[in-house]
Write a protein that binds this ligand. Structure first.
Ligand code: NAD
Length: 371
């Protein structure tokens, strides 16, 4: 197999395959690996690093024309017009970008999006959502600590004692748990909301306080995910969240329901009760945000409170995120090449993550949104 690593669009700092993983493709899977010049530059990897790992430099047009498998995080700007069959492995958030998928329906093109891989034990090593969420949860706390005008831990000095910061975290999935652990390591007092009862024990084991709201709906067949809550429940939850928001210096929100708009959990009036200088980091910004004032990819200041709507925080830790993503790509492609053509058609990991096959939109979840 011949694999090509393409350069990303301007604002993307991460890269799909890092040099250490190039070596694994060559040694473990006998791939030939090619890369576009400058592909890993923003993530801290030079062309020389890729060459040392055994990859060869190739022009963009040649990669697009000659190779079987192409890896790129966001392929929407890439002019694919394949003459020969080509498989592109990406990370697209396709459930929220169905309208753009038409750009990719060229005959001969097969497109996978790794954020559609099922959250099964078998697919855990390919789970790009967990990789990105872990880094984002960590970075959200670090960013909040930078923006906040005081300290996180208790400070006992000759000039007096400073009380520890109160941090509120909404949603205790992968990103939320990492945010809790990071805020606790920095010495903050942490309160947490989630609607899945299984989150309680995990939150408490990290030394944080779990706030329960009675009456949350759960579905144990939802693959570990939360399901949509009733308006009545959300109103009750928002009222309790209001109390904790007004007492917190830092709020980090991560609440999501797969394929749906993120639940609106913090109202404008709650933000107005926070102290000036407080910070909200909304990691659900791309899905519409958990705070009424969030604007995706922007920082808004309201009543002296900064609301950071940055859904791409992992781009600020491009090297580490790329290392994790590259391993996810490798594990996915290892699984792919180990299956024969017939087994590929009913493999649950491939069918869930394949969006387009030979130019035709085939993904059931996407089709059900479009129809
Ligand atoms: P997610 O990004 O979909 O949601 C983040 C969190 O928001 C979840 O914990 C969810 O319960 C919570 N949430 C939703 N609505 C809420 C509301 N109204 N109020 C408060 N919180 C709300 O979730 P995720 O981080 O991707 O993980 C979800 C689950 O999947 C977790 O149980 C995690 O352990 C599991 N998981 C399994 C695997 C695997 O087996 N391969 C991999 C990753 C995650």
């Amino acid at each position: 197999m011949k694999l090509g690593i393409l350069k990303e669009r301007e604002e993307e700092t991460r890269v799909s395959i890092v040099p250490a993983v190039v070596q694994r493709f060559i040694k473990e899977l006998s791939f030939e690996v090619y890369f576009e010049s400058g592909v890993g530059q923003k993530a801290g990897f030079s062309d020389g690093d890729y060459m040392k790992a055994g990859a060869a430099l190739m022009g963009r047009d040649e990669i697009l024309e000659l190779l079987d498998i192409i890896t790129i995080i966001n392929p929407f700007d890439t002019p694919f017009q394949p003459n020969s069959p080509k498989t592109v492995i990406s990370i697209l958030n396709p459930l929220f970008r169905t309208g753009e998928l038409g750009k990719m329906t060229h005959s001969n093109l097969t497109l996978f999006s790794l954020d559609m891989v099922p959250r099964s034990t078998k697919a855990q090593a390919m789970d790009v959502l967990s990789s990105v969420a872990s880094i984002s949860g960590y970075k959200a706390v670090i960013k909040a600590a930078e923006l906040y005008g005081s300290v996180f831990p208790m400070f006992t000095t000759a000039a007096g004692t400073i009380r520890p910061a109160k941090v509120l975290i909404i949603g205790a999935g992968v990103a939320g748990l990492q945010a809790i652990a990071t805020a606790r390591r920095l010495g903050a007092i942490v309160h947490v909301f989630d609607v899945r009862s299984s989150a309680k024990e995990e939150v408490q084991s990290l030394g944080a306080n779990f706030i329960e709201v009675e009456g949350a709906a759960e579905n144990l067949n939802a693959g570990g995910y939360a399901i949509e809550q009733s308006q009545e429940f959300l109103e009750k939850q928002r009222a309790l969240i209001d109390k904790y928001v007004s007492e917190s210096a830092i709020v980090i929100t991560t609440a999501n329901i797969p394929g749906k708009r993120a639940p609106l959990l913090i109202e404008k009036s709650s933000v107005e009760k926070m102290k000036h200088g407080s910070v909200i980091i909304d990691l659900a910004a791309e899905q519409g945000g958990n705070c009424a004032l969030t604007v995706d990819q922007q920082t808004v200041t309201h009543h002296g409170v900064r609301i950071v709507g940055d859904s791409y925080l992992s781009r600020e830790l491009a090297e580490t995120t790329s290392q994790l993503l590259a391993t996810n790509y490798f594990n996915f492609l290892k699984h792919y090449v180990q299956l024969d053509t017939i087994s590929r058609t009913d493999d649950p990991i491939l069918t869930a993550s394949m969006l387009i096959q030979d130019g035709e939109l085939v993904n059931e979840r996407i089709l059900s949104i479009l129809n």
